[in-house]
Design a protein around this ligand. Sequence first.
Ligand SMILES: [Zn+2]
Length: 344
Amino acid sequence: MRATVMYSAGDVRIEKVADPQIIEATDAVIRVTRACVCGSDLWPYQKMERSDTGRVMGHEAIGVVEDVGADVRKIKRGDFVIMPFAFSDGTCAFCHDGLQTSCIHGGFFGTPEVAGAQAEAVRIPLADGTLFSLGVHADEALMPSLLTLSDVMGTGHHAAIIAKVKPGKSVAVVGDGAVGLCGVIAAKRLGAEQIIILGRHADRIALAKDFGATDVVSERGDAAVEQVRALTGGYGVHSVLECVGLEQAMNTAISIARPGGAVGRVGVPQEQTIPGSEPAFYNNVTVGGGPAPVRAYIEDLLPDVLEGNIKPGRVFDRTVGIDGVPDGYRAMNNREAIKVMVKP
Ligand SMILES: [Zn+2]
């Protein structure tokens, strides 16, 4: 089959690789219906050291089950499934707590250990725990939004949950990438009254407003902090969704939280320490977050996707075949595309 292999920063190739096979009796193999490129794929795209073997990329997909191992009980051949970006057994203490990204037998797709989904097919470890079956088919028009439940929409929702978004409260979303945009959807869905998006790309801002953003702040640093304060009676917001991962974004996030507020961070951090420790301390700001347990959120979010109440699939503004994936990375990295969908 054909798959996306990254060899080093900027070096993404489409290559013929071995078809995925059942290795463990708890595995499944799915034929990928849709996959996509994640903002977090851009970190290795910018920084990865050269690897001779390369890494099959991609951790977001929906697809159809082609094969299951002998011990797979719930998932069946022909099932149409959502593949969360982390695999999990569904049975350990952390899976029971709804934190499948910390599953004691779990791990992540698109890593050196487990091949990714920007490919024609993918092997799914612990299929019964990992996959969410949607039955046998789904409406073509719903595919993009269903795909977002594998990561980006669940991640935006996680930021909102950790930031304690509540009805009637004020929210700021730091970052206008696909996760930030889904964070706006999540904040609106959870009843926030004021939603301030911090971003500067006209197309993304327009989409954020469609999704429910009430205010836009396009400055950065101190100017952004001042603007958010001005929009919130001088206090700052109750909840901040940090969807970037860079030091400046985190400093801004903490500075715009009102005393007693919370920051939900889902941007993959690029530093070893959390910036803004002192202002967070003196303002009693709660800082939390991490990889979103999207597997736990599918059940919550799916009805609103199926009923069309939320349309997170609108974050995809470009669709490519498998051969177009390297150009998709380039386009996302150059901010020419918000998020690229792959139709193998
Ligand atoms: Zn587990």
